[in-house]
Design a protein around this ligand. Structure first.
Ligand code: 5GP
Length: 193
């Protein structure tokens, strides 16, 4: 998606050869117009998949996911990052290790907001090693629902997330695929425009 790639080039900062900072428009300050365009692009890509729910992970997935859900005319559900297990039987949980923070958390989905007939689009801001997306997909499966696709804003293609998700059989659509990061360097896989 050219619009997103242009913003990454203009405002993104490669903090190292593996971490990209996009706090200006996504992770700290949010550009609603860009998020709306991103949501509409996800809708265009997944519109024939019969999506009934968009799932995302708090907090940076929420802005793009809400616009995708609005465009697809379905509800959006936020997967919560809980610090500990909840033992009341009303939730599905799975343990995730965070790429950026090196900490782990219990990704949590209430049983009230998903059912076995759901066809789910999972949206997240970044794809690195695929921990978060794989965990989100596990929760969907625990609910007996179907993962129709995984939509990512920024894929770091030099990490193994996409390979892992595709090997597990998921349809992955990334709007910007970063092939290389370094001091002053942000390069993309030229897979479109
Ligand atoms: P994964 O679970 O695929 O290993 O990592 C994806 C998660 O880690 C995303 O939800 C995102 O929050 C965070 N993440 C991974 N890499 C980056 C990065 O380069 N920049 C930022 N801002 N977040 C990242």
């Amino acid at each position: 998606m050219k619009l997103l790639k242009d913003r990454i080039l203009a405002e993104g900062q490669a903090l190292s050869d593996s971490v990209l900072k996009v706090d200006v428009f996504l992770n700290h300050q949010v550009d609603p117009d860009l998020m709306q365009a991103i949501g509409e692009d996800f809708c265009e890509h997944f519109k024939d998949h019969g999506i009934t729910r968009v799932l995302t992970i708090e907090s940076s997935g929420i802005a793009p996911a809400v616009y995708a859900a609005q465009a697809l005319k379905v509800p959006m559900v936020i997967l919560k990052k809980q610090t500990s297990k909840i033992l009341n039987g009303q939730v599905f949980q799975t343990n995730i290790t965070s790429f950026t923070k090196g900490t782990s958390y219990e990704l949590t989905l209430s049983k009230d907001y998903i059912n076995k007939d759901d066809k789910v689009l999972i949206i997240d801001d970044f794809l690195a090693n695929g921990e978060a997306a794989t965990g989100a997909a596990r929760l969907v499966q625990m609910a007996g629902a179907t993962v129709e696709g995984i939509g990512i804003l920024i894929e770091k293609s030099f990490q193994n997330g996409r390979t892992r998700l595709e090997h597990a059989g998921y349809h992955v659509y990334s709007q910007a695929r970063v092939s290389r990061l370094g001091e002053g360097i942000i390069e993309f896989i030229d897979d479109e425009d």
